[in-house]
Design a protein around this ligand. Structure first.
Ligand SMILES: C[S@@+](CC[C@H](N)C(=O)[O-])C[C@H]1O[C@@H](n2cnc3c(N)ncnc32)[C@H](O)[C@@H]1O
Length: 544
């Protein structure tokens, strides 16, 4: 049988209600945070404190003599006064109460006394339709198990939801599948209305990025009448739908390789009555995206959409070009920040970020991400190495699992110098089984991501921020008056100018002839993590 949850009450005849309530109030046994509740034609439940509940199981003291009563734990509505409290306060009080009861019933001293129980209560959550999705870092302690499944009913009730789920990190499986566990409810399908658009999706299978709301609203204000738009990373239709419904695009080509997201996208196109204006290309956009058709391409993938730049350029119309909306996580660390970060012990991106990263190193100017790594990139030996500038030994240190760090460093060093970097080779050469089949990528200071073979010391040097600054002063991209929704940071500008130059080169290679790129606008979408900003570059691309 599951442990009781809710509010402890004393149930008494209705005729004695006021006398008993006053009695309890004087004895400080009444729990005024909840309303009284009629449980039967003649009976009333009065909320009492957990101490009163304990006491009344042993003695009738505290109640007027000769009153017949029973004890119970039931769900009660908060009193009117209590309704004004923030939900976190409600959670804290109700769950504190619950733990006290469980503690007394299970005689498991220490459950409620644990100093950490309040830290385990979530302070923020996401609401998707009638479902609340709790963050990863809550209800971690074992003692919640003692509360039984009704714990989730209580949490859902307080947060005004019918279903409850809990997030884990977003997997780096390319589909960016969220790891969401359903705690209460039968399935993960939710319908969410946002700016008059209906989005339906299974939270356990597709990601819905609530943090991108400002960008969705911005897209909704675009004027795309008569335009053909390509959405390279369509997901469930976060941008495809505003392009069709509000920006009035004539046609959207939506590329999506996650079959669950593609299913949800098709469903959403029908739900919103715009299916006939959208072609869903299910598969890797590098294979399925149409060429030479677009007036506008949306590249909504973070931390980097760089892999899609050649695809986006090829999708633009050869004769007239068009606009690219390039999403990117731009790092804004200065050398001072980097020095400071050496003193940091915790991982700020992990703690402050929205959890999209598996694991990110804050050291130096590197961010390392691993996928399919059983240890999630955290080296169990904790031997991380730092050195001035880029140092391949950092990677060795962070991937280290076997004792022989030195030989791994040498192997990586050799691979870097011979333009080879492959995890299976690393596994073979170092004899470290945990590296087998593991792919990894390195994001250098400039924010660009490089997979497998392209990781070289030379590459990272080339992409060093200072080098970029030099290029920025001699670029051929028009950047005279970059508009931005925030005060323009130099790192954002540097990134935008460099990206514009790269795109111009790609356009030249793809379509031939000379091309001009013009930075129309830089949009700061959100702060993704300390010193990491999610930016969108609106880039006009025209044949010269
Ligand atoms: C971040 S999610 C969608 C984000 C959405 N645009 C937003 O910002 O809220 C990225 C989507 O792109 C898809 N995706 C990633 N790489 C892809 C590729 N090469 N081809 C097609 N779809 C891809 C993923 O499956 C995922 O649904």
């Amino acid at each position: 049988m599951s442990a009781p949850t809710g509010v402890p009450v004393v149930i008494i005849p209705k005729t004695s209600a006021q006398t008993v309530r006053k009695h309890l109030e004087i004895g400080r046994l009444w729990d005024s945070r909840y309303s009284l509740k009629k449980t039967d034609e003649d009976l009333v439940a009065i909320p009492i404190t957990s101490e009163a509940y304990k006491m009344l199981t042993l003695t009738t003291g505290g109640l007027p003599a000769a009153v017949e009563y029973t004890l119970d734990v039931i769900n009660l509505s908060p009193s009117k006064k209590d309704l004004l409290k923030p939900p976190w306060e409600h959670l804290r009080e109700t769950l504190g109460n619950l733990l006290a009861i469980v503690n007394s019933e299970k005689k498991s001293a220490g459950v409620r006394d644990s100093e950490t129980w309040e830290d385990d209560i979530p302070k923020h959550w996401e609401k998707h339709g009638d479902m609340v999705v709790l963050p990863d870092h809550c209800f971690k302690n074992d003692f919640w198990r003692h509360c039984g499944p009704q714990l989730w009913e209580t949490v859902a009730r307080i947060l005004g939801a019918k279903r409850l789920a809990k997030k884990s990190i977003i997997s780096q499986d390319g589909f960016r599948t969220p790891q969401v566990e359903l705690l209460l409810g039968k399935d993960g399908w939710v319908t969410h209305i946002d700016n008059h658009i209906k989005y339906s999706y299974d939270v356990t299978r597709c990601m819905f990025s609530a943090g991108n709301i400002t960008e969705k609203l911005r897209v909704a204000h675009f004027h795309c009448e008569g335009e053909t738009v390509v959405d390279l990373y369509a997901g469930i239709g976060y941008f495809t739908l505003p392009y069709l419904i509000h920006a009035k695009a004539r046609l959207v080509h939506a590329c999506e390789w996650n079959p669950d997201a593609a299913d949800a996208l098709r469903k959403n196109l029908h739900l919103n009555g715009v299916a006939e204006r959208c072609i869903v290309h299910q598969g890797d956009n590098r294979q399925v995206c149409p060429k030479g058709v677009a007036d506008r391409v949306n590249l909504g993938l973070i931390p980097s959409s760089e892999e899609g730049w050649p695809v986006a350029c090829a999708a633009l119309k050869s004769q007239s070009g068009g606009i690219l909306h390039i999403h990117y996580n731009v790092e804004t660390k200065t050398p001072e920040h980097r020095n400071d970060s050496r003193k940091e012990t915790a991982n700020p991106i992990r703690e402050h970020g929205n959890g999209d990263f598996n694991e990110t190193s804050s050291q130096e100017h590197l961010q390392l991400q691993w996928s399919q790594c059983e240890s999630r990139g955290v080296c169990p030996c904790n031997k991380t190495k730092s050195g001035p500038g880029f140092d391949i030994s950092q990677i060795a240190g962070r991937l280290h699992r076997c004792e022989d760090t030195k030989s791994m460093e040498n192997t990586l060093q050799n691979m870097a110098e011979s333009n080879e970097c492959n995890s299976n080779d690393m596994a073979k050469d170092t004899g470290c089984p945990s590296l087998t089949g593991m792919s990894f990528s390195v994001t250098c200071h400039c924010g660009s991501k490089h997979l497998g073979k392209s990781l070289t010391r030379e590459h990272v040097k080339q992409h060093d921020g200072y080098h970029y600054d030099e290029r920025a002063t001699s670029n051929q991209t028009s950047d005279t008056a970059i508009t931005c929704n925030k005060k323009l940071l130099p790192q954002w500008k540097t990134w935008a100018v460099t990206a514009a130059d790269q795109i111009r080169d790609i356009l030249h290679k793809t379509h031939g002839g000379q091309w001009k790129t013009e930075i129309l606008h830089l949009e700061h979408v959100k702060s993704y993590a300390p010193h990491v900003d999610h930016m969108v570059l609106d880039l006009l691309c025209k044949p010269a």
